[in-house]
Design a protein around this ligand. Structure first.
Ligand code: 26V
Length: 814
């Protein structure tokens, strides 16, 4: 007997159909006959929201009235993905929905497809935030996600006829958006600019202009917890009235700053995900959502109190800083406590440092935000003063700890015209964590070494995780059913370590065959999806080999494409006999930051390699390459379950964690990867024999740099590499144009900052192992099962437990 514990609402399909009908009538004013799938989507969403409403209100009440500390996850990005299926799952209404919608005369997939995915994030960092709030709700921990409701999310990617990326605005709010509740009555005023004056011995900030931060609330339903938390995304609105105060000081232009300027603040998500550009608007965005959130938390936890005792604030809520983006919250809380509530500096500092914790998500030095002090001074003059004072206190503290003066200089939070946000976050909070063991170690040893020497106890690790609800249950229903059958229970969905119970089944040929059949059916599904959405002809009987992630040099899509070209040349030149070639379909998905020249050129190269390879009869049936445009959460949910082999091939020491790697392992793909980020831990858990490891280690990378890396030497030494690069420069993939990819080739041969050429040989060597295993399907799938069975650790529920224990010191509501 299989034990089923998934939430199941007592509401019948007929009742739910009536609710949808009613919602269509009273919400949208259409009859079922008039309704489109998009109407039904809105109506069904509103209906399911009603089912979650009591739990939502109860959770808020229990949070405010109880004594359990809440978590405020401050993040500039929440990459939520589509909401309807997830809400139905957690409300226990999935089956009723499917039946109800069909009974109303609609295809349920059409209704699901009518939802436009909110792309309010760039990649891993934003998706992680979404997984984390899902897990907090599922654990019953009171939490807010605090962020920005951008009007335009991450751009929609298209390719032009030459295979170049073009970016189109993603206006995701064109159609009615049933999930966000705009709560005008709980707006916050956020101010900017102006000056600081002394009044009666006190510093008083006289801002020049203000915007209204309007909260848009999204339900975050937990799985089987009966709890519903809130994602509160702030939207900027202008105040229609003049700011009379400013106006009287005759700063006429400031006072009438056009409405658009105010509303620009939440207009668009910045599409760079590694190189901060130091743009004023981005700093405005950061301050905007953080200031609104801090005031909101005070309003929520001290309702109606004129003079709240804010020394208790750290026992009500702790704020997690998702990377440096919300770090301006540290001086903001200081300002609020001192200027608005009259606390002295030391009391304010005690409250602030207890309230904040910081997660670092990178190892690339250029991704650590540094703001020009002059810009902060212009936009937030009072905050700059506070930052300077924090820095003075910090330097005095270091001196008293006998840190030498050179080191103190290196550690300065404010120096010259720079404010280093990572340093401010490290000093101004209680804990700092990296996102995988290797990453946390490198933070301590390299990136934040001085800080870890002085404050060793602040540093900890929490390895990332992903939510099994979205990335297994919703994305891969076939595998979910098989897991439940294999384990005899569906409890693994809230306790993912139970997957361990599948381990013995890897030795059971019957189970392995069922597992293989699931993968095959997913591949057929994906092939149909790719045909429908992209016009691709993917052969589901080939190995599906996927590389999906942002396009960045350090992630080394170039390594994959060069190896692919080498393989193409081998087949074409007859270096491999037909039966030696394991047919492969390589699938790429990646967006490049619009201003990232080499990344965009890499996209163009991949598209052109795909064009040439896919049209060459000599390799037909052996090798094909597809690059579905606009990789997003929806595409991930289709592609990951259909993948046999996943690529995690970043240069060692560069990928902080990766979370795609976890999603693939949990869906029964094998990984080819380097010892980087969470790959290290995945390999440890699934077993070295079930992971295709290649490439230099962090130490080897460092040693090669130190000895003077010459990519040209690798080019000369490896004829296959040489040929692959030569084919890029001789016009093979650019209709004879020898210049098309010249900048890319020049970079490989002279700089190759991430040592693609140095790892090329090892990467091509490991392919033989991969193909030898794939030629034995039963053995391949056995290993895939062992990946699933041993990846339970990578649930974001476990990540949340680790944060709760090591950092937040709180837990579920009673
Ligand atoms: C930086 C910037 C800078 C300027 C404007 C926009 C923007 C947006 C995001 C970022 C942060 C980049 C850091 C990041 O995304 N890190 C990724 O975090 C994942 C979750 O922890 C992790 O799995 C990836 O390895 C890591 O690259």
């Amino acid at each position: 007997m299989t034990e089923i514990t998934a939430p199941k609402s007592p509401v019948s399909a007929e009742q739910f159909a009536d609710e949808i009908r009613e919602q269509l009538k009273y919400g949208q004013g259409v009859t079922v006959e008039q309704a489109t799938p998009a109407d039904v989507y809105v109506a069904a969403s509103q209906a399911v929201r009603r089912h979650l409403m009591d739990s939502w209100m109860q959770t808020q009440a229990d949070m405010v009235n109880g004594t359990t500390k809440a978590v405020g996850y401050l993040s500039a990005e929440f990459l939520m993905g589509k909401q309807l299926r997830n809400a139905l799952l957690n409300a226990g209404l999935t089956e009723q929905f499917d039946t109800a919608v069909e009974s109303l005369g609609f295809n349920y997939q059409d209704v699901i497809d009518a939802e436009h995915e909110p792309g309010l994030g760039n990649g891993g960092l934003g998706r992680l935030a979404a997984c984390f709030i899902d897990s907090l709700a599922s654990l019953g921990v009171p939490a807010f996600g605090y962020g920005i409701q951008y009007k335009y999310g991450i751009f929609e990617q298209a390719f032009d006829k030459d295979g170049k990326q073009i970016e189109k605005p993603d206006y995701w709010l064109t159609n009615e958006e049933p999930w966000g509740h705009i709560d005008y009555n709980r707006s916050q005023k956020v101010s900017f600019g102006g000056e600081v004056v002394e009044e009666g011995g006190k510093k008083v900030w006289k801002p020049a202009w203000s915007v209204r931060a309007v909260p848009v609330d999204y339900m975050v339903p937990g799985y089987a917890s009966g709890r519903v938390n809130t994602l509160r995304l702030w939207s900027a609105k202008s105040y229609d009235e003049f700011d009379l105060l400013t106006f009287n000081r005759s700063e006429y232009l400031d006072a009438v700053r056009p409405q658009v300027a105010a509303e620009n603040i939440s207009k668009i998500l910045y599409p760079e995900d590694s190189t901060p550009q130091g743009k004023a608007l981005r700093l405005e965005q950061q301050y905007f959502f953080v200031a609104a959130s801090i005031h909101d938390a005070i309003r929520v936890f001290y309702p109606g109190q004129e003079n709240p005792d804010l020394t208790t604030f750290p026992s009500k809520i702790c704020f997690q800083l998702n990377d440096t983006h919300p770090v301006i919250g540290i001086p903001e809380l200081m300002r609020v406590l001192i200027d608005e509530y009259g606390y002295d500096w030391d009391t304010a500092w005690g409250i602030t440092t207890k309230t904040f914790n910081y997660t670092c998500h990178t190892l690339l030095p250029e991704a650590l935000e540094v703001w020009p002090a002059s810009l902060i001074g212009e936009l937030l003059p009072r905050h700059l003063e506070i930052i300077k004072q924090i820095n003075e206190q910090f330097e005095a503290e270091l001196t008293s700890k006998h840190v030498d003066s050179d080191t103190i200089k290196d550690m300065a939070i404010h120096t010259g015209d720079s404010v280093r946000m990572a340093y401010l976050a490290t000093y101004g909070g209680s804990h700092v964590n990296g996102v995988a063991e290797l990453h946390s170690q490198l933070l301590k040893d390299v990136t934040l070494k001085n800080f870890s020497d002085v404050y060793p106890d602040k540093f900890t690790n929490v390895t990332n995780g992903v939510t099994p609800r979205r990335f297994i249950k919703l994305a891969n229903p076939r595998l979910s059913d098989l897991i439940t059958e294999g384990l005899g229970t569906d409890k693994w969905l809230s306790d993912l370590e139970l997957l361990k119970g599948l381990e013995p089944l890897a030795a059971d040929d019957e189970f392995v065959k069922k597992f293989a059949a699931v993968k095959q059916a997913n591949k057929v599904d994906f092939s149909n999806y790719a045909k429908r959405e992209y016009g691709f002809d993917i052969d589901p009987d080939t190995m599906v080999n996927t590389m999906v992630k942002r396009l960045h040099e350090y992630k080394r899509q170039a390594l994959k494409i060069l190896a692919l070209i080498a393989r193409y040349a081998d087949i074409k030149n007859g270096n491999m006999s037909a039966d030696e070639v394991m047919p492969r379909t390589v699938v790429f998905g990646a967006k490049a930051a619009p201003g990232y020249y080499l990344a965009k050129m890499t996209i163009q190269l991949i598209n052109n390699v795909a064009r040439v390879v896919n049209n060459d009869p000599d390799v037909k049936g052996k090798l094909s390459v597809y690059f579905p445009w606009n990789y997003n959460v929806r595409l991930a949910q289709h592609l990951i379950p259909a993948t046999d082999l996943d690529e995690q091939i970043s240069q060692a020491g560069k990928e902080a964690s990766g979370t795609g790697n976890m999603k693939f392992a949990l869906n029964g793909a094998l990984t080819v990867g380097t010892l980087d980020g969470a790959n290290v831990e995945i390999r440890e858990r699934v077993g070295a024999e079930n992971f295709f490891l290649f490439g230099m280690t962090v130490d080897e990378v460092d040693a090669l740099y130190a000895s003077g890396y010459s990519p040209a030497a690798f080019y000369e030494a490896d004829p296959r590499l040489k040929q692959a690069i030569d084919m890029v420069s001789d016009g093979t993939f650019s209709n004879g144009d020898r210049n098309a990819f010249a900048p890319l080739v020049a970079d490989w041969l002279t700089k190759d900052w991430f040592m693609t050429l140095a790892d090329f040989h090892a990467y091509t060597e490991i392919q033989a192992d991969i193909e030898a295993l794939y030629a034995q399907p039963l053995e391949w799938h056995r290993k895939a099962i062992l990946n699933v069975a041993n990846s339970g650790y990578f649930s974001s529920d476990r990540s949340m437990e680790d944060y709760l224990e090591r950092i937040w010191e709180t837990g579920p509501l009673a």
